[in-house]
Design a protein around this ligand. Structure first.
Ligand code: MG
Length: 285
């Protein structure tokens, strides 16, 4: 038992927090971001690392600050190479905490920290399957023993848009985001809203989790399971697709939370009405 738990949020980068723009698309994307959201937004959310342009989704600067103010330890885990991940996260953290000389401590984990189950080929099948939950994937982001000590696993969440990185035994440490392929889209619907405003969702969900932990004396992972599964009447299965990310209340509460650190923050376009999951008609989703 961890006597003095610190909650740790581990953020995926690509598809969750940022989108890398292909070289052939750089000028078009820049022009579209400028037209849709303005020059100041473009300047603030655009990062160049190793010659590649990355766009950060809105709300993440405020989310990182808000989590830090709630005593959360920040970490980042991307299967991208360390040479890209480390300078990208440093730029994001410096911009998020630009009023301070140095950002708070954080850690970055990269491809070399992933478990490559393909390399377990020589071992028994059972050994390989030990890492696979119901979502198959070759590369795995293991939290216990890699990001945090075993005893801190119940206070640790991986916020990621790709559940194939999930390790068996860490299913309920996973906060599922909808994956994003590109930064700007023309369609305005619940799905595109959810993709672009994932920081607001994480903030709303985190607020609900922190309240559950405080009122019921439970650990972070138990709260994440209650809200993402039990409250949705859902169970872990191959068909599970994190229905809570289509609850508008999380985005609205999240916006209120983020306004505690950035008073004028808002959605980049209005909440779609009705706010309906694109998977609502599918059983179990
Ligand atoms: Mg990703």
């Amino acid at each position: 038992m961890n006597a003095n738990p610190t909650n740790t949020f581990v953020f995926d980068l690509d598809g969750a927090m940022v989108i890398v723009v292909a070289r052939y698309d750089m000028e078009t994307t820049e022009q579209r971001v400028r037209e849709k959201f303005g020059e100041a937004f473009l300047e603030r959310h655009r990062f160049e690392v190793l010659g590649h342009i990355h766009y950060l989704f809105p709300g993440y600067f405020a989310l990182l600050r808000w989590l830090h103010e709630h005593g959360v330890s920040l970490a980042f885990f991307s299967s991208g190479v360390e040479e890209r991940n480390v300078p990208l996260v440093e730029q994001i953290m410096r911009r998020a905490f630009s009023d301070q000389t140095e950002p708070p401590p954080y850690r970055v984990f990269s491809r070399r920290h992933c478990i490559d189950t393909d390399q377990l080929g020589r071992l028994q099948r059972e050994e390989k399957e030990r890492y696979q939950p119901c979502f198959f994937g070759n590369l795995k982001k293991k939290l216990a023993g890699v990001v945090v000590p075993e005893e801190a696993l119940n206070d640790t969440l991986l916020i990621d848009d790709d559940e194939s990185y999930m390790v068996r035994g860490e299913e309920y440490n996973f906060v599922g985001l909808r994956y994003a392929y590109c930064y700007t889209v023309d369609d305005v619907n619940t799905d595109t809203f959810a993709v672009f405003h994932s920081a607001f969702y994480v903030s709303g969900l985190a607020d609900a989790m922190f309240k559950l932990c405080a009122t019921e004396g439970i650990r972070l992972t138990t709260a994440a399971r209650r809200l993402q599964y039990d409250a949705e009447g859902a169970e872990l299965s191959e068909a599970f697709r994190f229905p809570s990310r289509y609850r508008e209340s999380y985005y609205l509460v999240g916006r209120d939370m983020l306004r505690q650190v950035e008073p004028d923050i808002d959605f980049c376009w209005p909440l779609p009405v009705p706010f309906e999951s694109p998977f609502a008609c599918m059983p179990k989703w």
